[in-house]
Design a protein around this ligand. Sequence first.
Ligand code: FUC
Length: 812
Amino acid sequence: MLIAVITGFSCYAQNLKLQYDKPAVEWTEALPIGNGTLGAMVFGRVDSELIQLNEATLWSGGPVQKNVNPDAFKNLAQIREALTNEDFEKAYNLTKNMQGAYSESFMPLGDLILNQNFNGQKADSYNRSLDIETGLAVTNFKIDSVNYKREIFASAPAQCIVIKLSADQLKKLSLTIDASSLLRNQKTIQNQALVLNGKAPSHSDPNYIDYNKEPVIYDDVAGCRGMRFELIIKPIIKDGEVSSDGNKLVIKNASEVLLFVSAATSFNGFDKCPDSQGKDEHKLAESPIKKVVAKKYDSLLKEHIADFQHFFNRVSLQLNQKETNKSNLPTDTRLEQYAKGEKDAGLEALFFQYGRYLLISSSRTHNTPANLQGIWNNKLRAPWSSNYTTNINLQMNYWPVESGSLSELFFPLDEFIKNVSVTGAETAKSYYHANGWVLHHNSDIWATTNPVGDFGKGDPMWANWYMGANWLSRHLWEHYQYTGDVAYLKKVYPIIKGAAEFSLDWLQKDKNGYLVTMPSTSPENKYFYDGKKGGVVTTASTMDIGIIKDLFENTIEASKVLNTDLEFRQTVSQAADKLLPFQIGSKGQLQEWYKDFEDEDPHHRHTSHLYALHPANLISPLKTPELAEAAKKTLELRGDDGTGWSLAWKVNMWARLLDGNHAYKLFKNQLRLTKDNDPKYSRHGGCYPNLFDAHPPFQIDGNFAGTAGVIELLMQSQNKEIHLLPALPDAWTDGEIKGITAKGNFTVAIKWEGGKMTQGTILSNNGGKCSVRAETPFVIEKLNIKSEKSSIGYSAVFETKKGISYIIVPSK
Ligand code: FUC
């Protein structure tokens, strides 16, 4: 569907479709749809259509055990002593004693299979597509002069997936409908509907653990581990008849088939037994079906599109409109041509909007933020449990939520943070005898907060990382910064404060009187010491210092906004002043470690020590030019390759360094076609034929961070100002972005030609002061305020009125 966007400058159509001329073979060729809770991957196969299903709350396990490792604390003083004596090996081994159980895993729901017998006849005129402006996936093909069409969307208002099968001749639809699940289940036919009831495992080991004979278990003596679930598939047909064959539905000679797919679990909150205290999954799955069966397809589609576009249409992006438009080509062909070096700014804009599409489709369920794969997973043991990994990945998922104008979709993460602040307070107390709350590197729907690793079997390099609570608190603060919602800040302030309280207890004094963290790691890298020994556990990695400094600054700011907690503010402020300063190493780089150690892997995918540059804004070319230069050196040393998410993070970082061309180089790498089974296209970060980010394997964070990165190239709003076109790549000569959000709750539009801004618009949603910066001199129309030259570009400050748009044009 083409939708005209009235931009205020011009009227154009965005053509945002993924399309293919053959069915999906691999899962990463199938097309994702989702209503935030129910997800489906549509393969578009002709005679055996596969629609793989997920439900966002379907996880293995049950509520976390309190005080999971009562002996952990005993090791802490000894680790600190070993670190003071630089006995890194001892510190490493003792740190292992502080691990606990692994997080649980996100589970696949099942497969829906539609077998339509065409007596071996081949289809022609085949095409399938996903329109990301509507969330509608369509498969068309022709067999024996009949044109068949399958349409599918996941509706949030109707809380179900709607499928319509049609043909251009009457009574041509004969098919069987079956479902299966990798989880324990039983199928029945009830009221002409297929019903699959099942139970999730009581525990699943992560996919990288192979020492247990039974990695997936179902014991659930107390009814407290392993949630129940139900999947219902209900057909409504025009003409023909429905019957059953065993546990399959059989449809004969229908002219149109509507299928309604609904599913629910008994998940009732992170702290409730999912079985004995669980919700009634039957009622929950049945209730949407009861409502939709009486509705017309067209009105369900209309309702869905209105709901979806309420979010999607807020932002539009056009790049290089004069370039050859390739939107009529199959998406995989576009990716292949792009890999050969051909230009395709339309594909880049599609990838940008796809991140927003995926967030709208995966982040609308209470307590359940988008996980490592959003809500799409077909494996019993998904990579890294498809869990919440907090040393980068979970946070990255939410980078575009505010700037990409999807602020309401932050609520699942907001609720999750509240949950982990509860379990994390227990962990802080039992593990460290500390106040506040702590979260280590892995979590799940049960709000796990302990260090994972199965009690000493994991590597502290990833398992023992202490900064999850602190980093997530930045998201609460950012939500306030973007919305200006003081009532919200008041509600979440105790959580931000709790993270700061833990950090105050966690910090130790080093020999020079600086406050440092010990133990500490720099996820998931190693340093060399004593010649060639690889060390992991250290004192004060730069990331720790950056995260705590940022947290302290935000806590202080928040307490000022709320005019509260003066004494605590002073304590935090004194601690902030004593934090170990950032250090510049012998290569001119921002040092990653306490000492200027060499990295075991200089091109390591994590660029954790640059946290202060991005996502925080403690380092910037404007505020701290020397440190920004060191950060640049660090990025150069890390190189321009990496996993999907690593490339995306570097896009954001180069944008913050105001180097759009370097950022664009990384962004192009994000769009490198990846296919797991094709040596020509494998072994690199990039994206799959369905534009899912490839770590590889699929991991959705790179999609989201790529979207956020494009915004960072076109507009930044740290340093209490709006910077228009701060890092425009030369490759994007002309373009227009509309509807993005800047901190302070401003809606921003920018248009540029020949690499220069021609117009900016800032709509003030809250009123208040606005500082603007641009590369070239400008004037704010009507107010007649002229920009002044500054160390970087030109800037101006003006007072805004709520609801008023301000036009910014270049001055002669
Ligand atoms: C972090 C990364 C890995 C992967 C995993 C889910 O641990 O280092 O590359 O993304 O999370």
